[in-house]
Design a protein around this ligand. Structure first.
Ligand code: PRX
Length: 631
């Protein structure tokens, strides 16, 4: 890359451009948005279909769009089956390293064997097409097998992040009404065992639909197994029923592939629905073009499959594109802060895709942990989950990428399925900007009157058209989908992501962060209302309000304001107790950094908490218009 100081931009060198899968952006972008349906139909031709679609886009039930209507496809047929007929068969699909140093690899052939076995085990437990299986696992290959096994037989997976508490897990199992849960006896994290099975045991007590819990053995620690409900996976997989042959189910393009619960402004987490057809087309296209995927690439998406990044770009897209996935179980700094760099060197990773929080977290240990390793295999870098600050960008670029790897700062969401605003390797880069909309995506930044803002001004980010990765809806809640994403721009038919942004003179988009009551902590998405509800379940709390405040490493820290019930008084002990309470209700990621006790919360006359006022006050900023304040 070359740096133009005057413009503050980084330009790709000829070698990057020469090998890029996309050589030109502007013209191709224009034609893609003039005729998105033919653009996406062309992309869909890269996949194998049991039956081609009758209609590229069926918009008769807006905003529940149906892509590739009438088509028959299965994502696993694309991610595994088709590779078995090519030279990919013997190529590595997965390289996995456990935190404790265990290493396992699977070729596409072996992956097919493991997924087929897992699928037959699920079938033997009565799992059928359309059933929702909840997966609560550490980052081990079996987590990927379980996901793919569900998809293979047309069942739907709902992966719950292994850092969520039993409360959060049971809420998600209940909403999905899962009959079968897949877990493990634990996973390693920072040298300790994350006791997932005990959390499942506690969660399923409140889940009347759960009949079967399948447990994969990872740590061999002792766990409680309930007879007639709990089965060890290794027992089941040794039964004749777990044959290594399993037909992949022909699913409709618009059949559910998975549910993934995500936090919104209000209420409980929403189960976003993604389907076999549009989602496969969208993620494989974005991955191939943005990460410039070559058949020999070793791709490491250092996300957890419990989040959308893991679903789209750790598991499904790289496999569809026939790359080799690298997967690591544990903490980035265990046992030392060079763990990641050592693994990149050891396995010759070509592309690293991670979050600004992880970069900032590793940056604080200093560059020598990185530079002692040979990272010359790296060709491209990626960032996702929150805005990346220019300082972290530059460190990632110069220390990790040795000034030769373009950074793909990809903006997207659980709802969008895949990248929406992102550079391509051929584009000049501006640190901190996610650059431009991907092909087929029309993005804009608008003011209160829905008019485009002037360059440099802040406004609401909107997406003005429809794309195949767009979620098909929220599980069991049609109205919420309409209300959350489409109501505000009903007239225009635009999608509302809930982020604020700026657009500059060159058309580069700078995403600033959430403009609603969602908090991004270390890139994890949490709802202020969920944290507040967790606080209120403590006997001492009568009211609570949660706001994000800037944090050096995590991006945002959680600050909670709490009003205590009569008879309780503020103390250090109570503060600690409340923090731990939230952690056990929701999971350690939601633990507030700070709890402030207060006698009242600023509210509007209609009773809405004015978080904006709390935030301004905490930051010592102007509190703005207070005319609607009740007292
Ligand atoms: O605020 C944006 C932020 O993450 C939100 C979506 O969170 P989630 O659904 O959990 O998906 C995260 C992984 C795709 C967005 O509304 N976000 C994501 N990527 C970026 C980002 N903010 C700025 N820059 C990004 N590259």
């Amino acid at each position: 890359m070359t740096f133009d100081e005057r413009k503050g931009m980084y330009y790709p060198t000829d070698d990057i451009i020469d090998q890029a899968n996309v050589k030109e952006y502007e013209k191709r972008y224009q034609s893609s948005i003039e005729n998105p349906e033919s653009f996406w139909a062309e992309q869909a031709e890269n996949l194998v279909w049991y039956k081609k679609w009758d209609k590229v886009l069926d918009d008769s039930d807006k905003p529940f769009y149906k892509w590739f209507q009438g088509g028959k496809i299965n994502i696993v047929h694309n991610a595994i089956d088709r590779h078995l007929k090519t030279a990919n068969r013997n190529k590595l699909a997965i390289i996995w390293e456990g935190e404790n140093g265990d290493v396992t690899t699977f070729s596409y052939h072996a992956l097919n064997r493991e997924v087929s076995k897992f699928a037959n085990v699920l079938k033997s437990m009565g799992v059928k097409k359309g059933d929702i299986v909840t997966i609560y696992m550490p980052q081990i290959p079996e987590q990927v097998f379980a996901m793919l096994a569900c998809a293979k037989i047309g069942a739907v997976h709902s992966v719950v992040y292994g850092g969520f508490s039993h409360e959060a897990l049971s809420e998600r199992i209940r909403d999905a009404e899962s009959r079968v849960v897949v877990t493990a006896d634990g996973g390693y994290r920072r040298g300790k065992i994350n006791d997932l099975k005990s959390i499942v045991n506690e969660a399923v007590v409140r889940c009347p639909t759960v009949e079967v819990v399948i447990t994969v053995r990872r740590t061999r620690q002792e766990v409680y197994m309930e007879s007639d409900r709990d089965y060890w996976y290794h027992d089941l997989e040794s039964l004749p029923i777990a044959s290594i042959k399993c037909e992949t189910e022909e699913t409709d393009a618009n059949d559910m592939l998975f549910l993934l619960y995500t936090s919104g402004s209000t209420g409980k987490p929403k189960g976003m629905i993604h389907t076999h057809g549009g989602y496969s087309v969208y993620i494989s296209t974005t991955h191939r073009l943005v990460f410039d995927i070559k058949p020999e690439d070793r791709f490491w998406c250092a996300a957890d499959p419990g989040w959308i990044t893991g679903h789209s770009y750790m598991v499904y897209a790289p496999l569809i594109n026939g790359a080799t996935i690298f997967m690591y179980e544990g903490a980035p700094n265990h046992p030392y802060p060079n763990r990641w760099w050592r693994m990149i060197e050891k396995y010759g990773i070509n592309i690293l895709y991670t979050s600004p929080t992880a970069i900032r977290g590793l940056m604080r240990y200093g560059s020598s942990w990185v530079t002692r390793h040979d990272l010359s295999s790296l060709r491209l870098l990626g960032s996702v989950g929150e805005p990346i600050n220019p300082e972290a960008w530059r460190w990632y670029y110069s220390v990790v990428g040795n000034e030769k790897c373009p950074i793909m700062d990809t903006w997207w969401q659980t709802e969008t399925g895949g990248f929406m605003i992102t550079p391509l390797p051929i584009m000049p880069l501006k640190p901190g900007s996610a650059s431009k909309p991907f092909f087929g995506i029309e993005a804009g930044v608008v003011d209160e009157n829905h008019q485009p803002v002037k360059p440099g001004e802040e406004g609401a980010l909107v997406i003005k058209n429809i794309w195949p990765g767009l979620a098909a809806g929220i599980y069991k809640d049609r109205d919420k989908f309409i209300e959350t994403y489409w109501k505000k721009y009903e007239k225009e038919g635009w999608y509302l992501p809930g982020d604020s942004a700026r657009i500059d003179e060159d058309g580069y988009i700078w995403v600033l962060g959430r403009s609603d009551d969602v908090i991004k902590v270390s890139g994890y998405r949490l709802g202020t209302s969920e944290i507040e509800s967790a606080l209120i379940t403590h006997p001492s709390v009568v009211e609570a309000a949660v706001i994000p405040l800037p944090h050096n490493i995590k991006g945002n820290a959680i600050h909670a304001f709490v009003v205590l019930k009569d008879g309780y008084s503020a103390s250090r002990e109570l503060e600690t107790e409340l923090k731990n309470h939230v952690s056990s209700e929701m999971g350690p990621i939601a633990k507030p950094d700070e709890i402030l006790f207060t006698v009242a919360l600023p509210k509007t006359r209609s009773g809405k908490i004015m978080r904006r006022v709390l935030k301004a006050r905490a930051l010592g900023q102007d509190e703005g218009d207070l005319s609607t304040l009740e007292e």
